[in-house]
Design a protein around this ligand. Structure first.
Ligand SMILES: [Fe+2]
Length: 237
């Protein structure tokens, strides 16, 4: 395929290391042989897109998916999705999934000794608008232990999945909360060599988008490519 302008490759050390022994799963899943650079072709820079009609306006409010209200601190999470040239990415599908306020996922393999919430599923999705903006209402997730090492705890986080203008452009990352004391101990965060890139995974408290008497708010912008790219995961975690 000729005449296709590929994307810029991620900036040096802004993405998680494939092999970071402190994050145990990377030992088995990291490549053991040199990577092969594949040129971008038409299917990476364009392609079929998500059916917009399938996203309901209520899918972005994780506090209204059941009869009752979930337990926990209501929060608003909003921001913009931008490309490597700071242009908004419109109609991008954003999906999130998260633990409940007690740090428990509604998932078959989560055996953490913490209660499930019958009024909280922990998954939502929205499309960005013409200016690349998105907004979720949800519950602040709790920290939870994992078995990476002795007394390992994940900082509170939301998992994010983003589709750009094509389904093959799926990117997965995590959003953290400002001031979380667990961040400095987290091998997933620390597997990103560049300190400034790490900081881009931490949302900012956002007074402007709080809802008086209802919810505090956090802002999380995602940059899909280039020097200011949001660090992305190479595998789901
Ligand atoms: Fe998680």
């Amino acid at each position: 395929m000729t005449g296709v302008t590929g994307y810029r490759r991620p900036y040096f050390e802004t993405q998680p290391a494939y092999l970071y022994p402190g994050y145990r799963s990377t030992v088995k899943r990291s490549p053991s042989r040199p990577l092969v650079l594949l040129p971008h072709t038409l299917s990476e820079v364009t392609g079929p897109v998500f059916g917009y009609d399938d996203v309901k306006p209520t899918d972005g409010d994780l506090t209204r998916q059941h009869e009752g209200e979930p337990i926990g601190e209501r929060i608003v999470v909003s921001g913009r999705v931008l490309d490597e040239n700071s242009r908004p990415v419109a109609h991008a599908l954003i999906e999130i999934w998260q633990a409940n306020a007690a740090g428990r996922y509604r998932h078959a393999v989560d055996d953490h000794d913490a209660p499930l919430d019958p009024n909280f599923t922990g998954a939502g999705r929205v499309l960005t608008d013409a200016e690349g903006r998105y907004r979720f209402v949800t519950i602040k997730p709790g920290a939870y232990p994992w078995r990476n090492h002795y007394n390992a705890w994940r900082p509170a986080h939301l998992h994010f999945s983003l589709f750009g203008v094509g389904l093959v452009q799926r990117l997965v990352t995590q959003m953290y909360f400002p001031g979380d004391p667990l961040l400095q101990y987290d091998p997933m965060v620390n597997s990103i060599p560049d300190q400034k890139a790490r900081a881009r995974l931490v949302s900012a408290f956002d007074w402007e988008t709080t809802i008086p008497d209802i919810a505090l708010a956090f802002r999380f912008d995602v940059v899909l490519r280039g020097r200011d790219a949001t660090p992305m995961e190479t595998a789901r975690s």
